[in-house]
Design a protein around this ligand. Structure first.
Ligand SMILES: [Zn+2]
Length: 137
């Protein structure tokens, strides 16, 4: 695999930032102001220049599913929900919510917030945690 090239914002720095940051990084178009959670060099909507910004830390679920059989990395978390979240102000991103065993808890439109932790990936939690398994950590 080729090493990502350095630029105004390199993909290597972007990925490293995700792994250490307590924020959700993304991009804002300098021409049309569209926000995206996807790394790029130009706006996918208008071709304008992108600047790296912090995206909102809350949003709403647009899709999700319950995972009962997990990969090794998440074996202690099952069941959990894998979700796609539309962040307030723009940017659509995938993440997961621990302690969710039923799709009733992750219906589209459910409000969630970013819940940074030592666990892998982008972890979210329901703004109203009712019905989720409490965190033993
Ligand atoms: Zn644009």
């Amino acid at each position: 695999m080729a090493t990502p090239t350095a630029g105004p914002h390199s993909i290597a720095e972007f990925v490293a930032g995700y792994e250490s940051a307590r924020t959700i990084r993304g991009f804002r178009c300098g021409r049309c102001a569209r926000r995206t959670a996807t790394w790029g060099l130009a706006c996918s909507q208008c071709g304008g220049p992108l600047e790296e910004v912090d995206l909102a830390q809350q949003g709403r679920i647009v899709a999700g599913t319950v995972v009962a059989v997990a990969s090794d990395e998440f074996v202690n978390e099952a069941p959990y929900a894998y979700v796609v979240v539309e962040l307030d102000g723009g940017g659509r991103i995938s993440g997961w919510i621990r302690g969710v065993g039923t799709e009733e808890l992750i219906r589209p439109g459910t409000a969630v917030r970013f819940a940074p932790s030592y666990r892998p990936g982008l972890q979210f939690e329901r703004a109203d945690p009712g019905g989720t398994r409490p965190d033993p950590a």
